[in-house]
Design a protein around this ligand. Structure first.
Ligand code: ZN
Length: 424
């Protein structure tokens, strides 16, 4: 019986009725070429085998036609900083409850829903930057998407993330209990190298480190933090990752962390709320990417500042840092920290409007989630652009995002790898 069923299933198409025609022509009323800041009118995007074959003005004979003639068409969005295995942690209690009361299978189920929400909002690729006690489940989620088991964004995953002993939750519990940890803890250059090797062996595309914690105000009014790793430890982590062609993302909130992270040679700074001039200069010169995660900062500032007022100061500081970093030419990648806020409460595309409010043009804001993000991921020409050879990841909007950037929060059509996953 079992065997028969398996045979029957094997004969069915992967998803009945959904097999795309060989060639699809997407008629785009206005195609936004983000890389060149140009609008092409009445363009035709020809899609074959999940990729863009050409961008022209005529529909090839026999092609299936998708008519977006009244829409604004863009490359699928990329979020450079998410946690699909997390469902909002405005407070430590919210975080602890997920790690203590939810099994990993249940968390993975919730993650599949988070991924569907992201895709419906136009995010066809996520750099999922640490799974908060989820083992290597993010590698499974990535694989499930690649194999068509679930429908979701393409994932670049960082697996467990790294912090030294004592530098990350869960903490504060009865010492007789063994409670789960939100990261893998490693100590000493050799121990950290071993952890990097193990994560890469299990499928990590990126290595994520927590460079600092415990934010406080100095007597001179400057906000600083406790650096987590020694320079030797963080240098070993970056060296080991780079030897294996992996990049390193560093959670770093103040210059106390930035200094060590940049000295070690990390590839991106996450959050980065407080930038001093030395940090801005170094990041601009060495082209270290920055994911500002303004959406999560606005989400957690209220709840967290009731117990620690530093959070509302960080909220103000990151806005100032943004203006200065943008002006200095620090490469900015849209990163929201979705998962830090509830996926179903806030549309991660809100991040765009925050960038425009702080001085970016709509074109520049759109670039953070397309060309800039693709460059950070080493995927130029493959994602984040509507060019021949790229993955056919498209979003369409009913309104012009160049006039009103919040149009990005009202995606009406999404195609990923040539398959329509949302339509008007
Ligand atoms: Zn995060």
């Amino acid at each position: 019986m079992r065997r028969l069923l398996a045979l029957t299933l094997a004969l069915l198409p992967a998803a009945a009725g959904s097999a795309p025609p060989a060639v699809t022509a997407v008629k785009a009323g206005r195609l936004l070429d983000v890389a060149h800041q140009k609008v092409l009118e009445d363009a035709v995007i020809v899609v074959e085998d999940g990729r863009i074959k050409e961008v022209g003005s005529t529909v090839p004979p026999g092609a299936a036609v998708i008519d977006l003639g009244r829409h604004f068409v863009l490359p699928g969005f990329i979020d450079g900083h998410t946690h699909v295995l997390l469902q909002g942690d405005a407070t430590a209690e919210d975080y602890d409850a997920q790690l203590l009361k939810e099994s990993l299978p249940y968390r993975a189920l919730r993650a599949t829903r988070a991924m569907r929400i992201a895709l419906d909002h136009g995010f066809t690729t996520l750099r999922d930057i640490g799974n908060e006690g989820g083992g290597f489940a993010d590698v499974d989620l990535k694989r499930a998407v690649e194999r068509g088991v679930i429908t979701g964004p393409r994932l670049f995953v960082a697996t467990k993330a790294l912090a030294p002993t004592g530098a990350y939750g869960l903490s504060g519990y009865d010492w007789q209990l063994t409670v789960p940890k939100g990261v893998e803890m490693c100590d000493g250059p050799d121990g950290c190298r071993r952890a990097v090797r193990d994560q890469i062996a299990h499928g990590a595309d990126w290595i994520k480190v927590y460079a600092d914690r415990s934010y406080y105000k100095q007597p001179d009014g400057q906000i600083r933090s406790l650096p987590n790793f020694t320079v030797e430890e963080l240098t070993a982590i970056v060296d080991q990752a780079h030897r294996t062609r992996r990049k390193v993302a560093a959670h770093s909130m103040t210059p106390s962390g930035h200094q060590i992270a940049l000295a070690a040679g990390v590839d991106s700074i996450e959050h980065g709320d407080v930038f001093d001039d030395a940090t801005v200069t170094a990041m601009a010169q060495r082209k270290v990417y920055w994911c500002p995660t303004l959406t999560v900062t606005d989400f957690v500032a209220g709840p967290r500042s009731t117990t620690n007022p530093i959070w509302s100061e960080l909220q103000a500081a990151v806005k100032d840092s943004f203006r200065r970093a943008h002006k200095a030419g620090v490469p900015i990648v849209l990163g929201t920290d979705a998962g830090g806020f509830d996926w179903d409460k806030i549309n991660q595309a809100e991040e765009f409007r925050r960038y425009v409010a702080l001085g970016m043009t709509p074109w520049q804001a759109l670039a953070t989630a397309t060309v800039n993000a693709a460059a950070m991921l080493g995927q130029e020409g493959t994602i984040g652009a509507i060019v021949p050879g790229a993955r056919a990841d498209l979003v369409a909007l009913a309104e012009d995002p160049l006039q009103d950037i919040t149009a990005t929060e009202r995606v009406v059509f999404v195609m990923k790898d040539g398959v329509v996953v949302r339509q008007p």
